[in-house]
Design a protein around this ligand. Structure first.
Ligand code: HEC
Length: 137
C-alpha cells in the first residue's frame, strides 16, 4: 500500500514538473508576427518623431524639439508622477498635453488619439533601456 502511494506521489510530481517545464513556446509568436509587430511599432515611433519636429501640432508654429531636442528632458520613465504645473499625480500624456496647451498654444489631444500615442511612443523609445523610476524628480 505504502509503495503504491509512493509511486503515485512520484507520478504526480513528475506530471507537475512536466507542466512547468513545457517549452514556453506553446503560445508563442512566429518570427513573422514579431517582425510585423516591430514594424508597426516603429512606424508609430517614426510618426511621433515627425510630430515632435512639426510646427503644425500646436497653434503658434512652435515645435516640441525646440525645447526638448531629441526628446531630452521628457523623462517618460518617471511617470506617473506629481507635476507641479498640474497640481496632481499625472500620466505622461497629461504632461504632453500641458506642453501642447501652453508652449505650443494648441488644443489638447485625447489619451487615445493616434497622435498622442505616437508622441508617447517616440519619447519613450528615445529613453529605451533607462530604468523605470515612477514618481522621481
Ligand atoms: C517652449 C518650450 C517647450 C516646448 C516647445 C515644449 N515643452 Fe515640454 N516642457 C517644457 C517645460 C518648461 C516643462 C516643465 C519641466 C518640468 O517642470 O518638469 C516641460 C515638460 C515636458 C514633459 C515632462 C518632463 C518631465 O521631466 O517630467 C514632457 C513629457 C514634455 N514636456 C513633452 C513635450 C512635448 C511632447 C512637446 C511638444 C508637444 C513639448 N514638450 C513642447 C517646455 C517645453
Amino acid at each position: 500500500m505504502q509503495s503504491i502511494k509512493h509511486v503515485f506521489m512520484v507520478f504526480v510530481m513528475v506530471a507537475v514538473c512536466m507542466v512547468w517545464l513545457l517549452p514556453a513556446h506553446t503560445d508563442e509568436f512566429t518570427e513573422e508576427d514579431l517582425k510585423r509587430w516591430e514594424q508597426e511599432f516603429m512606424a508609430v515611433v517614426d510618426e511621433g518623431e515627425k510630430l515632435f519636429h512639426s510646427s503644425k501640432l500646436g497653434g503658434n508654429t512652435v515645435s516640441c524639439d525646440q525645447c526638448h531636442p531629441n526628446a531630452t528632458n521628457t523623462h517618460p520613465e518617471t511617470y506617473p508622477k506629481f507635476q507641479k504645473q498640474i497640481g496632481k499625480v499625472v500620466m505622461l500624456f497629461e504632461m504632453i498635453n500641458w506642453c501642447i496647451e501652453n508652449p505650443l498654444e494648441g488644443k489638447t489631444l485625447d489619451a487615445d488619439d493616434p497622435k498622442m500615442i505616437a508622441l508617447q511612443a517616440y519619447v519613450t523609445y528615445e529613453r529605451r533601456g533607462v530604468k523605470l523610476e515612477p514618481g522621481k524628480h
